[in-house]
Design a protein around this ligand. Sequence first.
Ligand code: PLP
Length: 518
Amino acid sequence: MKPLYDALRRYSSEASVVFHMPGHKLGRGFTPRGVFEDPALLDVTELDVTDDLHNPRGPLLEAQELAARAFGAGRTWFLVNGSSCGIFAMIAANCAAGQKILLARDFHYSAYNAMRFARVKPVYMPITITGTDMADAQHPARAYMPDAVLTPDSVERALFEHPDASAIYLTRPGYYGSVCDIEEITRQARRRGIPVLVDEAHGAHLIFSGRLPICALAGGADCCVQSAHKTLPAFTQCAYAHMSDRALSENPARAGRMAEALRAFQTSSPSFIFTAALDYAREYMSGQGAGDLDRLIDCCESFYADMSAAGYGVPAGIGFPSHNGMNNITKNRHGRDITRLVLSTRPVGLSGTETERLLWFKYKIKIEMSDPEHIVMITTVADNDGDFNSLRTALFEIASKNKNRKTPMNQTVLAAAQASGARAEISAPVFVEPDSTPDFIAELHAAKWFVTLGAAEGRVAADIVTPYPPGVPLICPGEIITLQMIRDIMSLQDGGIIIKGIREEDNTISVYDGWCGG
Ligand SMILES: Cc1ncc(COP(=O)(O)O)c(C=O)c1O
């Protein structure tokens, strides 16, 4: 019996179209198609002829140097354990224990774990929510949705209040494709002499088109990590870490610390299938990939126009092709990544989760994720016109079948909020001991127990609680669980969303009574 192997084989033969990661889309993005047909032939260990990930001197060094050039970096490291291990290394290399890091509450949970390991203290910057249903604006899940963005004003305020901060950490683009104004934020950071570290897990493709938001390094960041496996043709776990030329020359010791941290956080037996895929993705994107990305952007623009006509809600800032072929996105380098398709399904009378289920069970189309309001599709250069047409046809049909369902009330509220340009802020949750620093080992060994979610108000959370995907924590250890948090989690659960950190069999949450950080 091989239940997992069988499930994977069944899925890949059943799925007609996939709009999820990895970006090679069941192998179609590997052109010529056979390039990784027999990965077993590439699965060799670190030999003198293949090189060493932790001490590269031969072809791997050359491949990393070519990648640095292609991605506009001073130095690039290949990662075989996803962006997650790069985030650990980036935070550890740039912030010493006890120092403060400024970040918004839209981060992937790997960033929180990195701060716990490095014993770096998070200081949360509020996120601005625009034009949303204000009754819903305080829902922490809004922090990573399409209408949320970290503004330079918020960063400026945080820098003023915390002149001792050691770094700024940005998640850009977010899971829903939103991007903040990185150029202005890096200008502010430079004035204070602190580095900007960017989780660009969803943005490895940005540099390859002038029609997409500016990438982190071009926007002035010091360091960033990119999951090649999310938006490029590469295997799951393949990622890059980059350091800018300027950061390297200003502080060469930082690169040394980064390499040392990566030696600690990455396996000593790296898969050369992965490192070869990183080499392949760079070479492909530097050549034919740029033209393919241009075609993809055209497809996304016309897809959004069709979906808007069909009644779906599209994120603010999405422009449609005009008579001269230019659109808002082309002009707005800080708007959104148009290749991340996000549709609000409420206007057609369905929740995002219901729509995701229909797409799979009726049309065998698998998308990346849904929430009660939206569906999210990852598109890459491996998607073709046929894939877009299948998705378009299915969503047209779903909209027309459900158009007589009553439009939920909150659409009226939303329209009013959008018309009035309403803004709200999601601020940080409350720590039981605001001046403490997270400490993974102390927290791991602390006494904890499970209480039912309904009885958790006022307790101190002992685990990360997050809908997955996107893996953005709603609650982190050490935070006081509020009634609002409990309601928010329950409303996501009612919408069919699985929440990591809530024990499924009895709907309980891990808590401890005292904060155990130092
Ligand atoms: C914003 C963000 N950052 C980091 C990660 C971690 O990336 P990886 O899965 O490559 O480790 C993810 C994963 O989904 C993510 O969404």
